[in-house]
Design a protein around this ligand. Structure first.
Ligand SMILES: [Zn+2]
Length: 417
């Protein structure tokens, strides 16, 4: 790797840059970024670039030079928790809830997650791909360059594999990096009603080995909650995943403190997500094991929850906090990270810098991708966004507009506003 500017594939100049290295703005005024083969080869102040460049002035400095004219560059957003692939619509349930219907009322009429499972099972892989393509295109246009996508609406071998195959196709077709997660333990499928242990056996003995042998998931997730899978079932699932060499993560302590975070810490989970009801002991276990906290304010907002995740404890214990959309049709129909950052600040009390770290470097940590993504540093993937803003805080503060100028992935301009 060279630090002397000779010739880059593309060079961005005259941008203010928030690198988000170590989770801080670490701003560079009037900066430049030189990119070769998709990686950041040089980053620093434009003045310094000119000084270093002088001895090489006979060489062209880059194949392409983009003058950002004072706009800001930040790392592309890493959305580390989504359920982006689904079919059907649940907006009718939103209307029912607003009219006073309870979850039980909705479930009795065939709504809730069961409705999405039926729609996903009834959709072909091509149909799911087409629907999800529209969502991921939207993500790209809002500055997201890396996205985690969970299965979990198939709930049988064929349909869980179908969802993961769609995630794989999205990764191949779109410039965004897709990190697929197997979430067979999202809910109990209707045909296993009253037989949760049998379904857990099916996941362990049939689904997980097939997911592993096809190599189509980077991690295994479980919904550990009184309305989903128990602590003991989660432990069995984590043991099986770990035996196969698959990293784990957990939907934990969203509606109750079930001890999921401490269990996840025992398995060195990548992240624990939701965490509204996280206990101090659970947080300490996460800190000890280096588990990332993923906060999902979209679901908190839509469910009108009142108990907030213990942000002060997380900060005090030095646990990195990521923010994600949790995009899903039931509880978080949120498609952009700016909205999530605004909610993180207003609802959970994060600073703008913390929210931006949550949407970039800490999101990358939650996916185990922080060596490559999430901050702008030499040697990392050149995934960043040119924003037409006055200060990075504008991205958390302004609502309802999207000031994207350009989205760059692996050094290529993939979206131009
Ligand atoms: Zn989720």
């Amino acid at each position: 790797m060279t630090h002397t500017p000779t010739s880059w594939d593309i060079l961005f100049i005259h941008a203010d840059i928030a690198t988000m290295a170590q989770g801080r703005y670490n701003s560079i005024k009037d900066g430049a970024i030189g990119v070769t083969q998709g990686k950041i080869q040089w980053i620093g102040p434009f003045d310094k670039l000119q000084m270093e460049r002088r001895p090489f002035s006979s060489h062209p400095i880059a194949d392409e030079i983009i003058d950002c004219a004072g706009k800001w560059i930040l790392p592309g957003f890493v959305d580390c928790h989504t359920h982006l692939i689904w079919a059907g619509s649940r907006s009718n349930e939103f209307e029912m809830r607003l009219s006073g219907a309870s979850y039980e009322d909705i479930a009795k009429q065939g709504g809730g997650i069961a409705a999405t499972v039926a729609a996903v099972r009834g959709a072909s892989e091509d149909e799911l791909f087409s629907i999800a393509s529209r969502r991921i295109s939207h993500f790209l246009s809002r500055g997201t360059t890396c996205v985690e996508i969970k299965s979990g609406y198939g709930l049988d071998l064929e349909n869980e594999l179908k969802m993961l195959a769609v995630a794989q196709r999205l990764d191949q077709k779109f410039p965004l990096h897709v990190s697929p997660t197997f979430l067979g333990a999202h809910a109990l499928p209707p045909e296993y009603k009253g037989r949760a242990d049998d379904y857990v056996d099916l996941i362990i003995n049939t689904m997980l080995p097939e997911v592993k042998s096809q190599g189509i998931a980077c991690a295994v997730d479980v919904f550990c909650e009184s309305i989903a899978f128990s602590l003991n079932q989660t432990k069995q699932l984590f043991t099986a995943a770990t035996d196969l060499g698959l990293p784990v993560k957990l939907h934990a302590e969203q509606l109750s403190d079930s001890g999921g975070a401490a269990l996840a810490a025992q398995f060195n989970a990548l992240s624990c997500d939701h965490l509204e009801c996280l206990s101090l002991d659970g947080a300490k276990a996460m800190a000890h094991a280096g588990v990332i906290a993923v906060l999902l304010p979209g679901a908190f907002y839509m469910l009108k929850e009142t108990r907030k995740p213990p942000v002060e404890n997380l900060i005090r214990l030095g646990i990195p906090m990521a923010l994600a959309t949790d995009l899903n049709p039931g509880t978080s129909p949120v498609h952009d990270m700016a909205t999530v950052m605004n909610m993180g600040c207003v609802l959970f009390g994060l600073t703008c810098e913390q929210a931006l770290a949550g949407a970039t470097i800490n999101g990358a940590k939650a996916l185990g991708l922080d060596k490559r993504k999430g901050s702008l540093e030499t040697g990392k993937d050149a995934d960043f966004v040119v924003w037409d803003i006055d200060t990075p805080a504008d991205l958390c503060y302004q609502m309802g507009i999207c000031p994207v100028n350009k989205v760059v992935i692996a050094g290529k301009i993939e979206y131009n506003a």
